[in-house]
Design a binder for this molecule. Structure first.
Ligand SMILES: Cc1cc2nc3c(=O)[nH]c(=O)nc-3n(C[C@H](O)[C@H](O)[C@H](O)COP(=O)(O)O)c2cc1C
Ligand code: SF4
Ligand code: FES
Length: 681
């Protein structure tokens, strides 16, 4: 599509600057000076400022890439699985360094910080498709030819609008009518293929295709659907056999070649024996937020209704007491899962009480922290639950506009949410007078363009206003003066996922888990036999996660990084500490990367610190200069621990946002727990 046509869909206002740049880049593959000028004219922003914004976001390309782009992940999880060695192999074979393009312009090679498919590390992205568990042979094939890796054809929503949309009655009565419509659409037995980001990277698309073809060829009654993932990335591609009234059967590592064998086994009632994936993986968990991930069909709103989605919303609207929702969230003790663990009820009541209109709800699905991939998992697996939660949150806070802000490379999550949103509109759940109630809500999807700091809530607001992603000083807090100066509640995806069960079953039921703190998602990766996404009660230990759930390492686990670049390095002697926010070992956002042995710690710490130094937005000196200086101190032949500690203290205390405040944690914990490995006594 020509650039002019791509831009014509956007109103000529600065808030559309980032989407306009993204659309222009999609049209031409990069942003030339001429294209930047065209964008500037369209959104009526000075060309110099457009350049300033475009040069800020890592996903925007100001130099023309080669005809193919191959990116090798060198994040901590991939390094633990040989990612750096793969990058060196690419450099040797192509005769170029990372960041360069071959002389004939055929291929650009890049290192990337994380592909967010850490559970199938090492990961290489070739021609916009991730490839996981990459071996040398697979890498060579990827370099020789465009990836033959299959992605399922774009799936649009199943079913269409309700035959007779309810036009009268209370929210509860209208919900009942829609639920009946959903029941009429029941399809019977289903084979749900776990098509999530990790699954796709290891062939779930091919399995889905093979299963569809073979079921059709045999004339079987199964309906084959692309579902989300149940978290068992280690066993992907996964197929769940779902039959009414019977427990699901989970089949592991179903390659296209194994499809006929799986269908034979299902026919002979032998699938459990031949393909079972290990029930202990699920048994160790407490699946509340993820209860439908892997089971629900994310492309089918009727399936969401049959699983009970939108029932809690209908009840809340029927009761008509938004304050009661906040009280239930307060009783649950729900604290933000974006990493800061701020009380959600306090945020919501602040927004509700604030003066100003319209009010906004921003759903933070940016998730740009290497080593964590739980929000993608939730959005891909159960998008209608996020919409239901957003509707309830908007009702409670008084918001009339919602923005779902999704990471620029989280394609599957964005695609599924867009489908779910379209369906929810058709079924009368988004828009004017939701289910005939007083709630009216406009919802739109926006995409990020890279950078860790973009996930920081005020930086994210800046990006929505067409600016560089740089955190704001506080006060004022966003609940009083957020997007366009209006009251704004910003919540993490996982936080919102917890809202539906809390309101449905009561805050006390959630607080009864995890010592009053509920459940938490963890992304397990690195040196583990069973990496994936799990949901546990808060207060579980790293030993449980690493040994019982993760199956232990291929070699003994000598250390773990928890909480990504804002987190810390944990010694095995602390593996029995409960993971509690602000406790001795803080779960942070929940990324757990198991390292092979203690000798790997200095390199991991260096990777995390270098990432923070690169990602510093530069607004405040302690973070901009301090992280780089700390990195230099680590590279000295003899590390001066006292100097590192003094500098770390300054950076922690004087930085404006959480990036700088948390950047020294990995260094400090590494030096404290693994002094020998750093060569200090
Ligand atoms: C550098 C940095 C990156 C962040 N990235 C994210 C992110 O990707 N997703 C997220 O929900 N919160 C992120 N946060 C936290 C947000 O600023 C904010 O606290 C959160 O979105 C609020 O939602 P919650 O209260 O539901 O956790 C980040 C914070 C910092 C300092
Ligand atoms: S702490 Fe770092 S990332 Fe945060 S505002 Fe300051 S320079 Fe930017
Ligand atoms: S995918 Fe490589 S570190 Fe996340």
């Amino acid at each position: 599509m020509p650039v002019g046509e791509a831009l014509s869909q956007f109103p000529r206002e600065r808030t559309w600057l980032l989407p306009a740049l993204q659309a222009a880049q999609r049209a031409e593959g990069w942003l030339s000076p001429e294209t930047l000028a065209t964008v500037a004219a369209h959104v009526r922003v000075p060309a110099s400022e457009v350049w300033g914004v475009a040069s800020h976001y890592p996903e925007l390309r100001l130099a023309k890439p080669g005809r193919r782009v191959v990116r090798v992940c060198t994040g901590v999880a991939c390094v633990a699985r040989g990612g750096e060695r793969l990058l060196e192999r690419c450099e040797r074979r192509l005769g170029i360094r990372a960041g360069e393009t071959t002389r004939d312009g055929a291929l650009t090679l890049e290192a990337m910080d994380c592909a967010f498919a850490c559970a199938v590390a090492p990961v290489v992205e070739a021609d916009h498709a991730d490839r996981g568990r990459v071996t040398d042979a697979v890498l060579d094939a990827l370099l020789d030819a465009p990836a033959a890796h299959r992605i399922p054809p774009p799936l649009t929503g199943r079913g269409g609008p309700p035959a007779t949309p309810p036009s009268s009655g209370s929210p509860g009565a209208r919900f009942t009518m829609l639920r009946r419509e959903a029941e009429r659409r029941r399809t019977g037995a289903r084979l749900a293929v776990g098509v999530g980001t990790c699954g796709l990277a290891v062939g779930a698309g091919e399995t889905l295709e093979a299963l569809r073809v073979e079921v059709q060829r045999r004339g079987l009654a199964w309906t084959v659907v692309a579902a989300g993932c149940n978290g068992m990335c280690w066993a992907a591609p996964i197929v769940e056999a779902l039959r009414d009234g019977k427990p699901p059967i989970t089949a592991a590592r179903v390659t296209p070649e194994a499809v006929p064998r799986l269908l034979n086994a299902l026919a002979a009632n032998m699938a459990e024996r031949d393909f079972a994936a290990g029930p202990d993986w699920m048994a160790a968990q407490r699946r509340v937020l993820t209860e439908r991930c892997g089971l629900a069909d994310p492309y089918d709103i009727a399936d969401a209704f049959r699983h009970g989605t939108y029932g809690t919303l209908a009840r809340v609207l029927e009761e008509g007491r938004p304050e009661a929702v906040i009280e239930e969230v307060r009783a649950a003790g729900l604290a933000g899962r974006g990493g800061a663990y701020f009380q959600t009820a306090v945020k919501w009541s602040g927004c509700r009480a604030a003066a100003g209109s319209p009010k906004y709800l921003v759903v933070n699905g940016e998730e740009g922290e290497p080593g964590i991939f739980k929000d993608r998992h939730l959005m891909e697996g159960d998008p209608h639950r996020l919409l239901e939660a957003s509707l309830i949150a908007a009702y409670a806070t008084g918001a009339s506009r919602t923005i779902l802000y999704i990471h620029g490379e989280a394609e599957l999550a964005a695609e599924r949410l867009a489908v779910a949103l379209g369906q929810a509109r058709q079924w009368g759940l988004i828009g004017e007078r939701v289910l005939g109630s007083e709630l009216s809500l406009a919802v739109e999807i926006r995409r990020g363009a890279g950078g860790f700091v973009l996930g920081e809530e005020t930086a994210l607001l800046e990006s929505l206003e067409g600016q560089r992603a740089m955190p704001r000083t506080r006060p004022p807090f966003p609940v009083e003066s957020g997007l366009f100066g209006k009251p704004t509640a910003i919540n993490n995806v996982e936080t919102l996922f917890a809202v539906v069960p809390i309101v449905a079953r009561g805050g006390a039921a959630f607080a009864a888990l995890g010592g009053g703190r509920g459940t938490k998602l963890f992304g397990l990766s690195g040196n583990l036999k069973r990496p994936g996404v799990v949901e546990m009660e808060v207060g579980c230990t790293l030993r449980t996660l690493i040994e019982d759930v993760g199956g232990g390492g291929e070699t003994p686990v000598g250390a773990a990084v928890i909480g990504g670049p804002s987190g810390s390095v944990v010694h095995p002697r602390q593996f029995d500490e409960p993971l509690i926010p602000r406790g001795a070992v803080n779960p942070g956002t929940g990324g757990v990367v198991a390292l092979g042995d203690a000798a790997a710690v200095p390199a991991a710490v260096r990777t995390l610190l270098a990432f923070n130094a690169r990602e510093s937005c530069g607004k405040c000196t302690p973070c901009r200069e301090g992280t780089a200086r700390m990195l230099a101190l680590l590279d000295e032949p003899e590390i001066d621990v006292a100097r590192v500690q003094a500098l770390a203290e300054t950076v922690q205390l004087a930085s404006l946002c959480g990036l700088g405040q948390a950047a020294p944690l990995a260094v400090l914990s590494g030096l404290a727990e693994f002094p020998r490995e750093f060569g200090v006594s």
